[in-house]
Ligand binder design. Structure first.
Ligand code: ADP
Ligand code: MG
Length: 674
């Protein structure tokens, strides 16, 4: 049904609903409330306390009086009584109450109790006659996400009409047996109660049922994504001895295991879809390079995507000298290439004249085609969505093997969602000789000492990162790269070489700043979190983070991972501007803990997944109801249910799975779109 036909909804109001994305009855049914107002409690007038919101049953004792306060402000007053007492009611700009509140009649009111000169009063309460009570009082009322000019009453009425019309015929996507097994209520009960819950427990049951479906559909989609791509090119084993010799170090046990997992996948003849999860600095790049070389020696091209240009270029700068001498023709494709260069590179890729191409997501643009793409490596995966991952996979005649590397250790609940379509290798351990980075949480009174420490380190030949939350000053707020660098150059360290890097610089300037720092042409690099991922300068021995309370713990862990990469003892100083206990408690985790996995768990617990992963970039699907931090148990249950369903019906071809199958397809096609 089109919402045009709703009763009491004129053209103007239809526009408002359209603005909220509501076009049909189905849209209304699945437009779940964002919150609820509990109007179930009734009190007697003598029990009312200022500040509370309650219902009362009372009789109007006097005619409504109108008084004019000033232009645009009319006051309407009356009094009501019950067997316990009498209170005034006050309405602002509500002329309709003169007709709708009749002296001597009984009404149910709901509103906020305010203190008044002589006791308490209700201000602007909603009400309904006692003879027809129960529509807007004495029940749990939904609160919908709304838009300017669109009253809750309109949304409630629209939802109620949609329920009246279509609830009885609403199908349930979950098979009966599954509902029975997990004790889930029927879709009809769920939809009715998510909008207009009869009781608190009805609401909880409804929510559980709907969240279960959301998560189940997601898991089915991801598992199918993983299952679909079974057959892949079979690589033959190749020698990597020359590569190992050029590395200059031997691989750690963790790296060896990750490499053999990946090579094993690709030599088995099935399509690899593997995630390597390794803490910052664990040496994922070397594993990626070895895999790329193995692919190239099997006669196909390899590609590696990084989330930022800096990182793509840094990979190129490290890997080209390593691989070129072994005969691997290596290139880097980023958005900042000139059109001519881009065209030339595209042509070379299509002609198979490049063996290994690094780049940003520019690699997945429609204009890029490969002669024979056999392996796609994605670095720092959590910044890409499932869909982007898929797009690159769909290039080429036969799907390429996929290797995903994540430096952000993420809690299991989230990895199930983000990487449910992948096999996982956890790469434990760091290369030998790494000393843990000593971490300090400090306040402003330590500044002089920290500055002296910076000077001493630089005199010893080391380098220092300083990370600020902002690029430019926004008044007296958090530290900004621009003004911080100015202060260092002019006042604090006029004799030291201070570089600057942030996301608003031209790619050329960014590259130059990074290159200069890596070449030790600057001593201090003042930066935003653009350096968060991957950048590698082993001579840097100190990381200072300003306004550390504004960063997530996983992000701080990433930043800290920029130091401690060389032979020197390294330090991380977290400047704290806020003195709140929560901020201190959060940052204290950093002081105590060096394990990225533990930190990620703590971060998720304290902030929730949206914040941990940033808003748009995380690649997490947008849920209507599910909340990954509080619905962890349902996530486990639905994972189990999804596996059981697919074990019995891998293609979801049984009639009872038709609805789930359609929902899963729709979700996967939406996920990861930016
Ligand atoms: P990440 O896992 O964070 O991507 P990188 O691949 O950038 O880590 O490696 C971090 C540093 O450790 C690099 O300088 C790299 O050369 C070095 N490295 C990697 N593996 C080893 C190893 N097995 N032994 C010694 N150093 C290593
Ligand atoms: Mg890396």
């Amino acid at each position: 049904m089109d919402i045009q036909y709703l009763k009491g909804v004129g053209e103007k109001r239809v526009q408002l609903l359209h603005k909220l994305g509501l076009f049909s009855s189905e849209d209304l049914l699945t437009y779940y409330p964002r919150d609820y107002e509990d109007r179930t409690e009734f009190k007697r007038l003598c029990e009312l306390l200022p500040g509370e919101s309650v219902c009362v049953r009372a009789t109007v004792s006097s005619p409504v009086q109108h008084s004019f306060v000033r232009k645009g402000m009319d006051l309407f007053r009356t009094t009501v009584f019950d067997d316990s007492g009498q209170i005034p009611l006050t309405f602002f700009n509500a002329p309709y109450v003169r007709n709708s509140l009749k002296q001597g009649e009984g009404y149910a009111f709901y509103g906020k109790v305010s203190a008044s000169a002589r006791g308490v009063e209700l201000v602007n309460p909603v009400f309904e006659p006692l003879s027809a009570q129960g529509r807007i009082t004495g029940r749990i009322m939904p609160l919908y996400r709304s838009t300017a000019g669109c009253p809750q009453a309109l949304l409630r009425s629209a939802a109620a009409q949609a329920l009246d019309r279509d609830l009885d015929t609403l199908p349930d996507a979950l098979p009966d047996a599954l509902r029975a097994e997990y004790q889930l209520c029927h879709m009809r009960f769920a939809v009715q109660n998510i909008h207009f819950p009869q009781t608190e427990s009805g609401l909880l049951q409804a929510r559980r049922r709907l969240v279960f479906e959301e998560l189940l559909v997601l898991q089915l989609g991801l598992l199918r994504l993983k299952g679909q791509a079974e057959k892949g090119r079979r690589f033959t084993p190749v020698s990597l001895e020359d590569f190992r010799a050029r590395l200059g170090f031997s691989l750690t046990e963790g790296q060896e295991r990750a490499l053999s997992d990946a090579l094993g996948d690709m030599q088995e003849g099935r399509l690899m879809a593997r995630l390597i999860q390794g803490d910052v600095g664990s040496g994922k790049t070397a594993v990626a390079a070895a895999c790329a070389l193995a692919a190239v020696r099997n006669g196909v091209q390899a590609a590696m995507m990084a989330p930022t240009e800096i990182l793509a270029e840094q990979h190129f700068v490290t890997l080209a000298p390593l691989l070129e001498p072994l005969g691997v023709r290596t290139a880097c494709l980023t958005g900042s290439l000139t059109p001519a260069k881009k065209r030339a590179l595209h042509a070379a890729l299509a002609a198979g004249e490049i063996d290994f191409c690094l780049g940003t997501h520019a690699l997945v643009s429609d204009t890029v085609s490969f002669a024979e793409l056999g392996l796609v490596i994605t670095d720092e995966q959590h910044r890409f969505g499932v869909r982007q991952r898929k797009e690159l996979t769909e290039k080429g005649s036969q799907p390429p093997h996929r290797l995903v590397m994540s430096a952000t250790p993420i809690p299991r609940t989230l990895s199930m969602i983000l990487y449910g379509d992948l096999d996982v290798t956890v790469m434990r351990g760091l290369p030998p000789g790494r000393k843990p980075v000593k971490t300090y949480v400090v306040t402003e009174d330590m500044r002089a000492r920290i500055e002296a420490f910076v000077r001493k380190l630089v005199e010893d030949g080391r380098q220092v990162y300083i990370v600020c939350p902002l690029i430019e000053d926004e008044g007296a707020g958090p530290a900004s790269v621009e003004s911080y660098a100015k202060r260092l150059r002019e006042d604090v360290f006029p004799d030291l070489r201070v570089g600057v890097i942030h996301g608003r610089l031209k790619p050329r300037a960014k590259e130059e700043a990074m290159r200069a720092f890596a070449a030790h042409e600057s001593d201090i690099l003042v930066a935003t979190t653009v350096i968060e991922v991957g950048v590698n300068v082993p001579n840097a021995a100190l990381m200072i983070v300003e306004n550390a309370e504004l960063f997530g713990l996983s992000q701080l862990h990433q930043l800290r991972g920029r130091v401690g990469r060389g032979d020197w003892e390294s330090h991380c100083v977290l400047f704290l501007q806020s003195v709140s206990d929560t901020a201190r408690k959060r940052l204290d985790v950093m002081r105590r803990c060096n394990d990225g996995f533990e930190i990620a768990e703590a971060d998720l617990e304290m902030r929730g997944p949206g914040d941990v992963f940033g808003d748009r970039q995380h690649g997490l699907p947008v849920f209507k109801l599910a909340d990954l931090s509080s619905d962890a148990k349902l996530l486990e249950e639905t994972a189990q249910a999804a596996r059981a369903i697919l074990a019995r019906d891998p293609a979801l071809a049984l009639p009872e799975h038709a609805a789930l199958s359609a929902l899963a397809d729709r979700l996967i096609s939406q996920t990861g779109r930016d």
